[in-house]
Design a protein around this ligand. Sequence first.
Ligand code: SF4
Length: 487
Amino acid sequence: MPNQHALLSPSSSERWLHCPKSVRLSEQFEDTTSVYASEGTEAHALCEHLVLTALGRHSTDPRSWFKQYSQEMQEAAEGYTAYIMETVAALRQDGVEPSVFVEQRLDMRSYVKDCFGTSDCVIIGGDTIVICDFKFGKLPVPATSPQLRIYALGACELFGNLYDFTRVRTVIYQPRLTTVDEAEITRDELYAWANDILAPTAKLAYDDEGEFACGDWCRFCRARNHCRALADHQMELAQYDFKLPPTLDDDEIAEILSRVDDLISWAGSIKEYALQAALKGVRFDGWKVVEGRANRRYVNEEAVAERVTASGKDPFEHKLLGITAMEKLLGKKSFAELLDGLVERPEGKPVLVPVSDKRPEMHTAKNDFADKTLDLTSNEGINQRVSKVYTDMDTLLGYRLEIVSTSDILSDSITSTALTVRVWHGSQNVTDTIDASRFRWLRTSSDAAADELWNAAHIGMKAITLTVRDVQYSATYNCELTDEQEE
Ligand code: SF4
Protein backbone atom coordinates (compact mmCIF):
# COMPACT_ATOMS: atom_id res chain seq x y z
CA MET A 1 0.00 0.00 0.00
CA PRO A 2 1.18 3.56 -0.58
CA ASN A 3 2.78 4.93 2.55
CA GLN A 4 5.07 7.69 1.32
CA HIS A 5 3.94 10.99 -0.09
CA ALA A 6 6.43 12.93 -2.18
CA LEU A 7 6.40 16.71 -2.28
CA LEU A 8 4.97 16.40 -5.80
CA SER A 9 2.82 13.34 -5.27
CA PRO A 10 0.52 11.97 -8.00
CA SER A 11 -2.46 12.23 -5.62
CA SER A 12 -1.97 16.00 -5.20
CA SER A 13 -1.09 16.64 -8.85
CA GLU A 14 -4.48 18.15 -9.70
CA ARG A 15 -3.56 20.94 -7.25
CA TRP A 16 0.10 21.53 -8.08
CA LEU A 17 -0.45 21.36 -11.84
CA HIS A 18 -2.98 24.18 -11.49
CA CYS A 19 -1.23 26.07 -8.71
CA PRO A 20 2.54 25.37 -8.71
CA LYS A 21 3.12 27.94 -5.95
CA SER A 22 1.01 25.86 -3.54
CA VAL A 23 3.77 23.27 -3.16
CA ARG A 24 6.34 25.32 -1.26
CA LEU A 25 3.69 27.44 0.47
CA SER A 26 2.06 24.27 1.85
CA GLU A 27 5.34 23.11 3.38
CA GLN A 28 4.90 25.69 6.15
CA PHE A 29 1.63 24.19 7.34
CA GLU A 30 0.71 21.03 9.14
CA ASP A 31 -1.20 18.42 7.19
CA THR A 32 -4.44 18.21 9.13
CA THR A 33 -6.21 15.97 6.61
CA SER A 34 -5.89 12.22 6.63
CA VAL A 35 -4.26 11.51 3.29
CA TYR A 36 -5.37 7.91 3.33
CA ALA A 37 -8.44 7.26 5.44
CA SER A 38 -8.16 3.93 7.19
CA GLU A 39 -11.38 2.68 5.61
CA GLY A 40 -9.93 3.32 2.15
CA THR A 41 -6.69 1.59 3.12
CA GLU A 42 -8.61 -1.49 4.24
CA ALA A 43 -10.79 -1.49 1.12
CA HIS A 44 -7.65 -1.32 -1.07
CA ALA A 45 -6.04 -4.18 0.86
CA LEU A 46 -9.17 -6.27 0.33
CA CYS A 47 -9.22 -5.44 -3.39
CA GLU A 48 -5.58 -6.49 -3.68
CA HIS A 49 -6.27 -9.77 -1.87
CA LEU A 50 -9.36 -10.62 -3.91
CA VAL A 51 -7.75 -9.81 -7.27
CA LEU A 52 -4.60 -11.82 -6.43
CA THR A 53 -6.77 -14.74 -5.30
CA ALA A 54 -8.92 -14.53 -8.44
CA LEU A 55 -5.73 -14.60 -10.52
CA GLY A 56 -4.68 -17.78 -8.69
CA ARG A 57 -1.76 -16.09 -6.91
CA HIS A 58 -0.81 -16.37 -3.28
CA SER A 59 -2.32 -13.80 -0.92
CA THR A 60 -3.05 -13.66 2.80
CA ASP A 61 -6.54 -12.57 3.81
CA PRO A 62 -6.02 -9.12 5.36
CA ARG A 63 -9.42 -8.88 7.11
CA SER A 64 -8.05 -9.95 10.50
CA TRP A 65 -6.47 -6.49 10.99
CA PHE A 66 -9.39 -4.49 9.62
CA LYS A 67 -11.19 -2.07 11.92
CA GLN A 68 -13.85 -0.83 9.52
CA TYR A 69 -14.73 -3.95 7.56
CA SER A 70 -18.34 -3.99 6.32
CA GLN A 71 -20.53 -5.86 3.85
CA GLU A 72 -20.46 -2.73 1.69
CA MET A 73 -16.64 -2.88 1.58
CA GLN A 74 -16.75 -6.58 0.72
CA GLU A 75 -19.18 -6.02 -2.16
CA ALA A 76 -17.22 -3.02 -3.43
CA ALA A 77 -13.99 -5.06 -3.51
CA GLU A 78 -15.79 -8.01 -5.13
CA GLY A 79 -17.24 -5.68 -7.80
CA TYR A 80 -13.78 -4.24 -8.49
CA THR A 81 -12.32 -7.75 -8.72
CA ALA A 82 -15.10 -8.75 -11.13
CA TYR A 83 -14.26 -5.72 -13.30
CA ILE A 84 -10.56 -6.64 -13.40
CA MET A 85 -11.33 -10.27 -14.20
CA GLU A 86 -13.85 -9.25 -16.89
CA THR A 87 -11.17 -7.11 -18.52
CA VAL A 88 -8.74 -10.04 -18.37
CA ALA A 89 -11.38 -12.44 -19.74
CA ALA A 90 -12.23 -10.08 -22.62
CA LEU A 91 -8.57 -10.02 -23.67
CA ARG A 92 -8.34 -13.81 -23.44
CA GLN A 93 -11.45 -14.08 -25.60
CA ASP A 94 -9.58 -12.09 -28.24
CA GLY A 95 -6.73 -14.59 -28.03
CA VAL A 96 -4.46 -12.35 -25.94
CA GLU A 97 -2.91 -13.56 -22.67
CA PRO A 98 -2.65 -10.35 -20.61
CA SER A 99 0.01 -9.49 -18.03
CA VAL A 100 -1.55 -8.29 -14.78
CA PHE A 101 0.39 -6.36 -12.13
CA VAL A 102 -1.33 -5.73 -8.78
CA GLU A 103 -0.25 -2.88 -6.46
CA GLN A 104 2.54 -2.05 -8.90
CA ARG A 105 5.15 0.38 -7.61
CA LEU A 106 5.91 3.02 -10.25
CA ASP A 107 8.76 5.49 -10.65
CA MET A 108 8.05 8.83 -12.37
CA ARG A 109 11.26 10.59 -11.34
CA SER A 110 12.34 11.22 -14.93
CA TYR A 111 9.49 13.73 -15.18
CA VAL A 112 8.65 14.78 -11.63
CA LYS A 113 11.26 15.14 -8.88
CA ASP A 114 11.10 12.37 -6.25
CA CYS A 115 7.80 11.14 -7.65
CA PHE A 116 6.80 7.55 -6.96
CA GLY A 117 3.38 5.97 -6.81
CA THR A 118 1.52 2.69 -6.64
CA SER A 119 -1.06 1.70 -9.19
CA ASP A 120 -3.86 -0.58 -7.96
CA CYS A 121 -3.71 -2.68 -11.11
CA VAL A 122 -1.92 -2.54 -14.45
CA ILE A 123 -3.14 -4.82 -17.25
CA ILE A 124 -1.19 -5.12 -20.47
CA GLY A 125 -2.67 -6.96 -23.43
CA GLY A 126 -2.66 -6.40 -27.20
CA ASP A 127 -2.03 -2.78 -28.12
CA THR A 128 -3.32 -1.35 -24.82
CA ILE A 129 -2.05 -0.83 -21.28
CA VAL A 130 -4.84 -0.34 -18.72
CA ILE A 131 -4.24 1.53 -15.45
CA CYS A 132 -7.04 0.81 -12.95
CA ASP A 133 -7.61 2.76 -9.78
CA PHE A 134 -10.13 1.86 -7.07
CA LYS A 135 -11.62 4.83 -5.20
CA PHE A 136 -13.72 4.12 -2.12
CA GLY A 137 -14.61 7.78 -1.59
CA LYS A 138 -17.67 9.64 -2.80
CA LEU A 139 -15.93 12.59 -4.39
CA PRO A 140 -16.13 11.95 -8.13
CA VAL A 141 -12.73 11.45 -9.77
CA PRO A 142 -12.58 11.34 -13.59
CA ALA A 143 -10.43 8.83 -15.46
CA THR A 144 -8.72 11.81 -17.08
CA SER A 145 -7.32 12.96 -13.72
CA PRO A 146 -3.59 13.78 -13.78
CA GLN A 147 -3.03 11.26 -10.96
CA LEU A 148 -4.00 8.42 -13.29
CA ARG A 149 -2.01 9.91 -16.16
CA ILE A 150 1.08 10.11 -13.95
CA TYR A 151 0.61 6.44 -12.98
CA ALA A 152 0.17 5.64 -16.68
CA LEU A 153 3.42 7.45 -17.40
CA GLY A 154 5.21 5.43 -14.70
CA ALA A 155 3.77 2.23 -16.16
CA CYS A 156 4.91 3.22 -19.68
CA GLU A 157 8.38 3.93 -18.32
CA LEU A 158 8.48 0.54 -16.60
CA PHE A 159 6.91 -1.66 -19.26
CA GLY A 160 7.36 0.37 -22.47
CA ASN A 161 10.45 -1.50 -23.62
CA LEU A 162 9.03 -4.90 -22.75
CA TYR A 163 5.60 -4.70 -24.37
CA ASP A 164 4.37 -3.37 -27.68
CA PHE A 165 1.38 -1.24 -26.66
CA THR A 166 0.41 2.05 -28.30
CA ARG A 167 -2.78 2.93 -26.40
CA VAL A 168 -3.19 3.89 -22.74
CA ARG A 169 -6.51 3.43 -20.95
CA THR A 170 -7.09 4.86 -17.48
CA VAL A 171 -9.97 3.59 -15.36
CA ILE A 172 -11.50 4.86 -12.13
CA TYR A 173 -13.68 2.26 -10.40
CA GLN A 174 -15.81 4.13 -7.86
CA PRO A 175 -18.38 1.78 -6.29
CA ARG A 176 -19.99 4.32 -3.97
CA LEU A 177 -20.97 6.36 -7.02
CA THR A 178 -21.78 3.22 -9.02
CA THR A 179 -19.48 4.47 -11.75
CA VAL A 180 -16.63 3.11 -13.79
CA ASP A 181 -15.03 5.95 -15.69
CA GLU A 182 -12.67 5.13 -18.54
CA ALA A 183 -10.51 7.38 -20.72
CA GLU A 184 -8.10 6.52 -23.49
CA ILE A 185 -5.21 8.31 -25.14
CA THR A 186 -2.30 7.14 -27.24
CA ARG A 187 1.09 6.51 -25.73
CA ASP A 188 2.47 9.39 -27.86
CA GLU A 189 -0.20 11.77 -26.53
CA LEU A 190 0.66 10.75 -22.97
CA TYR A 191 4.36 11.49 -23.53
CA ALA A 192 3.52 14.80 -25.22
CA TRP A 193 1.52 15.79 -22.12
CA ALA A 194 4.34 14.61 -19.85
CA ASN A 195 6.97 16.61 -21.75
CA ASP A 196 4.95 19.74 -22.50
CA ILE A 197 2.89 20.15 -19.31
CA LEU A 198 3.77 17.76 -16.51
CA ALA A 199 7.57 18.04 -16.38
CA PRO A 200 7.80 21.84 -16.85
CA THR A 201 5.03 22.52 -14.30
CA ALA A 202 6.55 20.09 -11.80
CA LYS A 203 9.87 21.94 -12.14
CA LEU A 204 8.16 25.29 -11.57
CA ALA A 205 6.42 23.88 -8.49
CA TYR A 206 9.61 22.36 -7.08
CA ASP A 207 11.52 25.62 -7.62
CA ASP A 208 8.70 27.69 -6.08
CA GLU A 209 8.02 29.48 -9.33
CA GLY A 210 4.91 29.93 -11.47
CA GLU A 211 1.63 31.42 -10.32
CA PHE A 212 -1.02 30.95 -7.67
CA ALA A 213 -4.32 29.79 -9.12
CA CYS A 214 -7.55 29.22 -7.18
CA GLY A 215 -10.07 26.51 -7.92
CA ASP A 216 -11.68 23.32 -6.63
CA TRP A 217 -8.22 21.98 -5.76
CA CYS A 218 -7.82 24.62 -3.01
CA ARG A 219 -9.92 22.56 -0.61
CA PHE A 220 -7.14 19.96 -0.45
CA CYS A 221 -4.40 22.54 0.01
CA ARG A 222 -2.69 22.76 3.40
CA ALA A 223 -2.24 26.51 2.84
CA ARG A 224 -5.94 27.22 2.25
CA ASN A 225 -6.46 28.98 5.60
CA HIS A 226 -3.52 31.30 5.06
CA CYS A 227 -3.35 31.76 1.31
CA ARG A 228 -3.72 35.41 0.28
CA ALA A 229 -4.51 34.48 -3.32
CA LEU A 230 -7.47 32.42 -2.14
CA ALA A 231 -8.59 35.10 0.32
CA ASP A 232 -8.44 37.77 -2.41
CA HIS A 233 -10.35 35.48 -4.75
CA GLN A 234 -13.06 34.83 -2.17
CA MET A 235 -13.31 38.45 -1.13
CA GLU A 236 -13.88 39.55 -4.72
CA LEU A 237 -17.51 38.94 -3.88
CA ALA A 238 -17.28 41.99 -1.65
CA GLN A 239 -17.37 44.06 -4.85
CA TYR A 240 -21.12 43.52 -4.76
CA ASP A 241 -21.10 45.28 -1.43
CA PHE A 242 -23.85 42.96 -0.28
CA LYS A 243 -26.49 44.92 -2.15
CA LEU A 244 -30.00 43.57 -1.79
CA PRO A 245 -30.92 41.09 -4.56
CA PRO A 246 -33.38 43.46 -6.31
CA THR A 247 -30.45 45.74 -7.13
CA LEU A 248 -28.44 42.92 -8.71
CA ASP A 249 -29.04 41.83 -12.26
CA ASP A 250 -29.28 38.15 -13.28
CA ASP A 251 -25.70 38.04 -14.55
CA GLU A 252 -24.42 39.33 -11.21
CA ILE A 253 -26.52 36.76 -9.34
CA ALA A 254 -25.17 34.00 -11.60
CA GLU A 255 -21.61 35.16 -10.84
CA ILE A 256 -22.32 35.11 -7.09
CA LEU A 257 -23.96 31.68 -7.31
CA SER A 258 -20.90 30.25 -9.04
CA ARG A 259 -18.71 31.38 -6.15
CA VAL A 260 -20.85 31.18 -3.06
CA ASP A 261 -20.31 27.49 -2.20
CA ASP A 262 -16.55 27.93 -2.30
CA LEU A 263 -16.87 31.07 -0.21
CA ILE A 264 -18.94 29.27 2.45
CA SER A 265 -16.53 26.32 2.50
CA TRP A 266 -13.50 28.62 2.75
CA ALA A 267 -15.11 30.74 5.47
CA GLY A 268 -15.94 27.55 7.44
CA SER A 269 -12.37 26.37 7.09
CA ILE A 270 -11.04 29.75 8.32
CA LYS A 271 -13.46 29.66 11.30
CA GLU A 272 -12.35 26.16 12.26
CA TYR A 273 -8.69 27.08 11.94
CA ALA A 274 -9.21 30.20 14.06
CA LEU A 275 -11.06 28.21 16.76
CA GLN A 276 -8.26 25.65 17.00
CA ALA A 277 -5.66 28.43 17.11
CA ALA A 278 -7.65 30.30 19.81
CA LEU A 279 -7.87 27.11 21.90
CA LYS A 280 -4.10 26.96 21.73
CA GLY A 281 -3.90 30.53 23.07
CA VAL A 282 -3.86 32.74 19.96
CA ARG A 283 -5.86 35.98 20.52
CA PHE A 284 -7.83 37.37 17.58
CA ASP A 285 -8.71 41.02 18.12
CA GLY A 286 -12.41 41.34 19.03
CA TRP A 287 -12.98 37.58 19.44
CA LYS A 288 -13.12 35.20 22.43
CA VAL A 289 -13.84 31.52 23.03
CA VAL A 290 -17.06 30.69 24.93
CA GLU A 291 -18.88 27.49 25.78
CA GLY A 292 -21.31 26.55 23.02
CA ARG A 293 -24.84 25.31 23.50
CA ALA A 294 -25.12 21.63 24.43
CA ASN A 295 -28.07 19.24 24.62
CA ARG A 296 -28.83 17.14 27.69
CA ARG A 297 -27.62 13.57 27.57
CA TYR A 298 -27.75 10.43 29.77
CA VAL A 299 -24.77 9.75 31.96
CA ASN A 300 -25.39 6.00 31.98
CA GLU A 301 -27.86 4.58 29.45
CA GLU A 302 -28.06 1.14 31.08
CA ALA A 303 -28.94 2.64 34.44
CA VAL A 304 -31.62 4.83 32.81
CA ALA A 305 -33.17 1.80 31.07
CA GLU A 306 -33.15 -0.20 34.30
CA ARG A 307 -34.86 2.51 36.34
CA VAL A 308 -37.53 3.28 33.75
CA THR A 309 -38.24 -0.44 33.23
CA ALA A 310 -38.55 -0.88 37.01
CA SER A 311 -41.10 1.94 37.03
CA GLY A 312 -43.27 -0.13 34.66
CA LYS A 313 -42.65 1.94 31.50
CA ASP A 314 -40.88 0.89 28.28
CA PRO A 315 -37.80 3.12 27.84
CA PHE A 316 -37.05 1.91 24.29
CA GLU A 317 -38.44 2.99 20.97
CA HIS A 318 -38.53 0.28 18.29
CA LYS A 319 -37.78 1.75 14.90
CA LEU A 320 -37.00 0.27 11.54
CA LEU A 321 -33.38 0.81 10.54
CA GLY A 322 -32.81 3.67 8.13
CA ILE A 323 -32.07 2.80 4.48
CA THR A 324 -28.30 3.35 4.72
CA ALA A 325 -28.03 1.32 7.94
CA MET A 326 -30.26 -1.41 6.47
CA GLU A 327 -28.13 -1.58 3.32
CA LYS A 328 -25.03 -1.87 5.49
CA LEU A 329 -26.69 -4.65 7.52
CA LEU A 330 -27.86 -6.67 4.51
CA GLY A 331 -25.21 -5.75 1.95
CA LYS A 332 -26.07 -4.07 -1.39
CA LYS A 333 -26.99 -7.29 -3.19
CA SER A 334 -29.34 -8.74 -0.52
CA PHE A 335 -30.78 -5.29 0.07
CA ALA A 336 -31.70 -5.01 -3.63
CA GLU A 337 -33.13 -8.53 -3.81
CA LEU A 338 -34.93 -8.69 -0.46
CA LEU A 339 -36.44 -5.23 -0.62
CA ASP A 340 -37.17 -5.15 -4.36
CA GLY A 341 -40.18 -2.89 -4.88
CA LEU A 342 -40.16 -1.66 -1.28
CA VAL A 343 -37.71 1.19 -1.66
CA GLU A 344 -38.42 4.31 -3.64
CA ARG A 345 -36.67 7.56 -4.17
CA PRO A 346 -39.16 10.42 -3.95
CA GLU A 347 -38.52 13.46 -6.05
CA GLY A 348 -35.96 15.64 -4.27
CA LYS A 349 -36.40 19.30 -3.42
CA PRO A 350 -35.23 21.64 -6.17
CA VAL A 351 -31.58 22.67 -5.79
CA LEU A 352 -29.75 25.21 -7.91
CA VAL A 353 -26.44 23.72 -9.14
CA PRO A 354 -23.88 24.59 -11.84
CA VAL A 355 -24.69 23.25 -15.33
CA SER A 356 -21.59 21.03 -15.05
CA ASP A 357 -23.41 18.96 -12.38
CA LYS A 358 -24.07 15.47 -13.75
CA ARG A 359 -27.67 15.28 -12.53
CA PRO A 360 -30.30 15.81 -15.24
CA GLU A 361 -32.12 19.12 -15.20
CA MET A 362 -35.32 19.03 -13.19
CA HIS A 363 -38.69 19.56 -14.78
CA THR A 364 -39.65 23.18 -14.40
CA ALA A 365 -42.43 25.11 -16.02
CA LYS A 366 -40.12 26.09 -18.87
CA ASN A 367 -38.06 22.96 -19.48
CA ASP A 368 -40.59 20.22 -18.77
CA PHE A 369 -41.40 19.58 -22.38
CA ALA A 370 -37.78 19.69 -23.53
CA ASP A 371 -36.43 17.24 -20.96
CA LYS A 372 -37.22 13.67 -21.74
CA THR A 373 -33.82 12.15 -20.96
CA LEU A 374 -33.53 9.18 -18.64
CA ASP A 375 -30.43 9.23 -16.48
CA LEU A 376 -29.38 5.65 -15.81
CA THR A 377 -25.89 6.46 -14.62
CA SER A 378 -26.81 5.23 -11.16
CA ASN A 379 -27.93 1.66 -10.63
CA GLU A 380 -30.65 2.77 -8.25
CA GLY A 381 -34.31 3.42 -8.64
CA ILE A 382 -34.29 2.82 -12.38
CA ASN A 383 -37.94 1.97 -12.37
CA GLN A 384 -38.81 5.19 -10.71
CA ARG A 385 -36.89 7.29 -13.15
CA VAL A 386 -37.96 5.45 -16.28
CA SER A 387 -41.62 5.59 -15.33
CA LYS A 388 -41.58 9.39 -15.33
CA VAL A 389 -44.53 10.66 -17.27
CA TYR A 390 -44.08 13.69 -19.48
CA THR A 391 -47.32 15.40 -18.75
CA ASP A 392 -46.57 18.58 -20.64
CA MET A 393 -46.19 16.59 -23.84
CA ASP A 394 -49.69 15.35 -23.13
CA THR A 395 -50.94 18.87 -22.66
CA LEU A 396 -49.25 20.26 -25.73
CA LEU A 397 -49.68 17.46 -28.24
CA GLY A 398 -52.31 15.23 -26.75
CA TYR A 399 -49.67 12.45 -26.61
CA ARG A 400 -47.17 11.51 -23.96
CA LEU A 401 -44.33 9.00 -23.79
CA GLU A 402 -43.84 6.69 -20.85
CA ILE A 403 -40.95 4.27 -20.38
CA VAL A 404 -41.25 1.29 -18.06
CA SER A 405 -38.58 -1.24 -17.03
CA THR A 406 -38.83 -4.86 -15.97
CA SER A 407 -36.51 -4.43 -13.01
CA ASP A 408 -36.04 -1.59 -10.59
CA ILE A 409 -32.45 -2.34 -9.65
CA LEU A 410 -29.70 -4.33 -11.38
CA SER A 411 -27.50 -6.64 -9.35
CA ASP A 412 -25.35 -9.74 -9.78
CA SER A 413 -28.47 -11.86 -10.03
CA ILE A 414 -30.62 -9.41 -12.00
CA THR A 415 -28.24 -8.54 -14.79
CA SER A 416 -30.52 -6.87 -17.28
CA THR A 417 -33.63 -4.77 -17.55
CA ALA A 418 -35.94 -4.27 -20.52
CA LEU A 419 -37.06 -0.71 -21.20
CA THR A 420 -40.36 -0.48 -23.06
CA VAL A 421 -41.82 2.71 -24.43
CA ARG A 422 -45.54 3.38 -24.27
CA VAL A 423 -47.44 6.18 -25.94
CA TRP A 424 -50.57 7.53 -24.29
CA HIS A 425 -53.27 9.68 -25.77
CA GLY A 426 -55.25 10.90 -22.83
CA SER A 427 -55.92 7.75 -20.81
CA GLN A 428 -55.56 5.45 -23.84
CA ASN A 429 -52.44 3.41 -24.58
CA VAL A 430 -51.99 3.93 -28.35
CA THR A 431 -48.54 2.34 -28.67
CA ASP A 432 -49.84 -0.45 -30.90
CA THR A 433 -51.23 2.04 -33.41
CA ILE A 434 -47.80 3.61 -33.97
CA ASP A 435 -45.31 1.96 -36.28
CA ALA A 436 -42.14 0.78 -34.50
CA SER A 437 -40.01 2.54 -37.13
CA ARG A 438 -40.91 5.89 -35.55
CA PHE A 439 -39.13 5.12 -32.27
CA ARG A 440 -35.52 6.12 -31.92
CA TRP A 441 -33.44 5.41 -28.76
CA LEU A 442 -30.53 7.66 -27.97
CA ARG A 443 -27.58 7.10 -25.65
CA THR A 444 -25.31 9.94 -24.53
CA SER A 445 -22.03 9.13 -22.79
CA SER A 446 -18.41 10.29 -22.81
CA ASP A 447 -17.72 8.05 -25.83
CA ALA A 448 -19.45 9.83 -28.73
CA ALA A 449 -18.27 7.30 -31.33
CA ALA A 450 -19.66 4.36 -29.34
CA ASP A 451 -22.90 6.29 -28.79
CA GLU A 452 -23.31 6.75 -32.52
CA LEU A 453 -23.01 2.99 -33.08
CA TRP A 454 -25.37 2.26 -30.19
CA ASN A 455 -27.93 4.79 -31.47
CA ALA A 456 -27.78 3.39 -35.00
CA ALA A 457 -28.49 -0.07 -33.62
CA HIS A 458 -31.52 1.07 -31.62
CA ILE A 459 -33.84 2.60 -34.21
CA GLY A 460 -37.26 1.15 -34.94
CA MET A 461 -37.92 -0.71 -31.73
CA LYS A 462 -40.39 -0.21 -28.91
CA ALA A 463 -38.27 -2.00 -26.31
CA ILE A 464 -34.57 -2.33 -25.59
CA THR A 465 -32.50 -4.27 -23.06
CA LEU A 466 -29.89 -2.69 -20.76
CA THR A 467 -27.35 -4.74 -18.83
CA VAL A 468 -25.32 -3.99 -15.69
CA ARG A 469 -22.52 -2.84 -17.96
CA ASP A 470 -24.79 -0.25 -19.57
CA VAL A 471 -25.60 1.42 -16.26
CA GLN A 472 -22.02 1.20 -14.94
CA TYR A 473 -20.86 3.90 -17.33
CA SER A 474 -21.86 7.54 -17.31
CA ALA A 475 -24.58 7.46 -19.89
CA THR A 476 -28.12 8.72 -20.31
CA TYR A 477 -30.82 7.03 -22.35
CA ASN A 478 -33.60 8.72 -24.19
CA CYS A 479 -36.38 7.66 -26.54
CA GLU A 480 -37.81 9.87 -29.26
CA LEU A 481 -40.91 9.54 -31.40
CA THR A 482 -40.08 10.85 -34.86
CA ASP A 483 -42.60 12.74 -36.93
CA GLU A 484 -44.71 10.77 -39.38
CA GLN A 485 -43.60 13.09 -42.19
CA GLU A 486 -40.00 11.95 -41.74
CA GLU A 487 -40.86 8.43 -42.83
S1 SF4 B 1 -5.11 27.71 -1.42
FE1 SF4 B 1 -5.39 27.46 -3.62
S2 SF4 B 1 -4.45 29.28 -4.53
FE2 SF4 B 1 -3.67 29.12 -2.42
S3 SF4 B 1 -1.78 27.99 -2.60
FE3 SF4 B 1 -3.37 26.51 -2.16
S4 SF4 B 1 -4.05 25.78 -4.19
FE4 SF4 B 1 -2.90 27.67 -4.51
